[in-house]
Design a protein around this ligand. Structure first.
Ligand code: SF4
Ligand code: FES
Length: 259
């Protein structure tokens, strides 16, 4: 199949970006989208031009590294699919595709289709953990976890931190990601002691990073490759409001972690 690609090229965060057009011939319909870009990059390198930079690692839909907009849709047209798992057979011969990096104030462009998602790391650092005392690990069966709760926590834990939810949201909001991270710990018995401070710390970290506010567009859920439900946003909001009403205070960054 033959394709025309319009790709955002930006050499560094400070430089102005521009769209460049590339024409590809004989694209294998069984190749993945990233393999198609690999072939294009080999052609560009052979011509002495700069290859297109894009993030990738596992190429199995599990690490969350990859992601960009294809014709304005995060991860492209196939629902529940990361761009590394998207195959060229889902496109038509002669199609024109526009590739852009995630567009969000909190995700500055690093180069071409790569953005800096360090804001997600800082949200997780604020509270996405369970504090445990050092020493021997407790016997696993001492803490039974009801099956429905385990299943629901697992649904939230499926988030791979790709950032598609932020990119698709007209507000650039990170509620779906943050709520998945808050909920997968907050649902489990082991996560209860820090549930209130976790909700406050992670929501406030999200706000500090410059993400937008959630106004229930649900675009995030539509493009999430892991099918994370916006129900988790309601759960996070409940936890946050309950914690605030109880007067829970976020511990200072210098305070020792709870034992
Ligand atoms: S909630 Fe979905 S779209 Fe958002 S970061 Fe997690 S996996 Fe990606
Ligand atoms: S490269 Fe790991 S999810 Fe796409």
């Amino acid at each position: 199949m033959n394709l025309t690609l319009h790709v955002w090229r930006q050499p560094n965060p400070a430089a102005p970006g521009r769209m460049e057009t590339y024409r590809l011939q004989g694209v294998n319909e069984h190749s993945s989208f990233l393999e198609m870009l690999d072939v294009l990059n080999e052609q560009l390198a052979a011509e002495g031009k700069e290859p297109i930079a894009f993030d990738h690692d596992c190429r199995e839909g599990i690490c969350g590294s990859c992601g960009f907009l294809i014709n304005g849709v995060a991860h492209g047209p196939q629902r529940g699919t990361t761009v590394c798992q998207l195959h060229m057979r889902h496109f038509k011969d002669g199609e024109e595709l526009t590739l852009e990096p995630w567009r969000a104030r909190a995700f500055p462009v690093v180069r071409d289709l790569m953005v800096n998602r360090g804001a997600f790391d800082r949200i997780v650092q604020a509270g996405g953990y369970i504090s445990v005392g050092t020493g021997a690990a407790p016997e696993a069966n001492l803490t039974p976890v009801p099956k429905p709760l385990a299943d629901r926590a697992f649904d939230a834990a499926a988030c791979i931190a790709c950032g598609a939810c932020v990119a698709q949201c007209p507000n650039g909001a990170a509620q779906l990601f943050t709520s998945a991270k808050v909920s997968h710990l907050g649902l489990l018995p082991q996560g209860q002691p820090e549930r209130a401070v976790r909700a406050i710390a992670m929501v406030e970290a999200m706000e500090r990073e410059g993400f937008g506010a959630c106004s229930n567009y649900a675009e995030c859920e539509a493009v999430c490759p892991k099918g994370i439900s916006i129900d988790f946003i309601a759960q996070m909001n409940r936890d946050y409001i309950k914690a605030k009403l109880k007067g829970t205070v976020r511990p200072s960054a210098d305070a020792p972690a709870a034992a």
